[in-house]
Design a protein around this ligand. Structure first.
Ligand SMILES: *[C@@H]1O[C@H](CO)[C@@H](O)[C@H](O)[C@H]1NC(C)=O
Ligand SMILES: *[C@@H]1O[C@H](CO)[C@@H](O)[C@H](O)[C@H]1NC(C)=O
Ligand SMILES: *[C@@H]1O[C@H](CO)[C@@H](O)[C@H](O)[C@H]1NC(C)=O
Ligand SMILES: *[C@@H]1O[C@H](CO)[C@@H](O)[C@H](O)[C@H]1NC(C)=O
Length: 297
């Protein structure tokens, strides 16, 4: 039996399209989650912004209040929809991300909720890294004008399987977060995310493979499907790579479900072949997984 992943598990990454009607999109997400479960998936992931159009300008309209936990049905229909989906599917569900409004801090967050098979909330990840870019006379995209960052590394323990690292989109570009989760024992890292038509072809799969190469764990990136009618065109190409950074499967631009079987033996085999885990030199450089780290509480 593998120490990191206690038994093989089927992971499903759902690439769905979301548009203007939240209730419709929640129902649609539910049908795909149940379909994934029927096909044997026990860990199911939804994409970033699965219940709203993509873009910070939609936050005030679509944001939900998640605290105190559990929120009421009116405060957060998505929380309850996800909890019910997890229960109906009898699976772990990484609920993509939704726009959150915290009435106490009066701030917006890009937040991912993870539920267990009994419908219980297991983890809340608020996107840690906000994307700000403002090239004079060029591209401008300032998440920080609307959003606030989360402050924790999120590693959730799934009792039958092991630990899963969860982060959102731009977080994938920061290797420290991935390495901390992996050194804390994660067998896989999943990122709901939505790269665009420039950064997608350039870096999406590369980053999945890079984080897998660094850490010798499974990495899944789960994108919305491309909707050419929306103002943001997501690259799509949801992808799952193995601990040796080999692409197990990837999707195109359209809606679909990617399935992959994760096996602890594969992680061990890769780590035996290239023994990074025993050959690090913390006498030469520090271990990023030591010291003061904030975990989701
Ligand atoms: C979201 O809702 C809109 C409006 O009802 C619908 O056109 C669209 O197909 C939905 N998207 C998904 C993924 O269900
Ligand atoms: C999350 O961040 C993206 C950019 O990375 C932003 O445009 C998007 O609206 C946010 N989504 C949610 C659901 O919070
Ligand atoms: C993250 O950490 C801070 C500080 O420990 C805590 O207040 C907060 O509730 C945690 N969770 C999230 C989702 O940010
Ligand atoms: C995608 O985002 C990058 C910045 O991350 C920007 O330079 C580029 O112009 C954007 N591409 C499209 C097609 O919007």
């Amino acid at each position: 039996m593998s120490k990191l992943l206690r038994q093989p598990v089927t992971l499903a990454l759902i690439q769905l399209a979301s548009t203007a009607s939240k209730p419709h999109n929640l129902t649609h997400a539910r049908s795909l989650v149940l379909r994934a479960a029927q096909r044997g998936a026990r860990i199911i992931v939804l994409p970033e912004c699965f219940n709203s159009p993509y873009g910070t300008k939609y936050f005030p309209t679509y944001a939900e209040t998640l605290r105190p936990t559990p929120p009421s049905e009116t405060d957060s229909p998505s929380y309850h929809a996800l909890s019910n989906m997890a229960k109906e599917a009898n699976s772990y569900l990484v609920g993509g991300s939704i726009p959150e409004y915290d009435t106490e801090t009066k701030k917006y967050y890009n937040t991912s909720l993870t539920f267990g098979p009994a419908g219980q909330l297991l983890a809340t990840h608020r996107k840690v890294h906000l994307f700000d870019i403002d090239i004079p006379g060029g591209f401008k995209f300032k998440e920080s004008e609307v959003l606030s960052p989360g402050n924790n590394v999120t590693v959730v323990d799934l009792p039958e399987y092991g630990k899963l690292g969860i982060a959102i989109c731009y977080d994938v570009r920061f290797p420290e977060l991935a390495t901390i989760a992996a050194r804390k024992g994660a067998f896989a890292l999943v990122y709901p995310g939505a790269f665009n038509m420039t950064t997608g072809p350039m870096h999406w799969e590369l980053l999945a493979r890079a984080r897998a190469t660094d850490n010798q764990v499974y990495v899944g990136l789960c994108s919305p499907a491309r909707d050419v009618g929306a103002d943001y065109h997501a690259w799509g190409h949801t992808v799952l790579v193995d601990p040796n950074a080999e692409v197990m499967e990837s999707l195109g631009a359209e809606e679909g479900i990617l399935f992959g079987e994760l096996r602890g033996e594969r992680i061990e085999e890769v780590r035996k072949g290239i023994p990074l885990y025993t050959q690090r030199r913390f006498d030469v450089y520090p271990d990023v997984s030591e010291g003061k780290i904030r975990f989701e509480d």
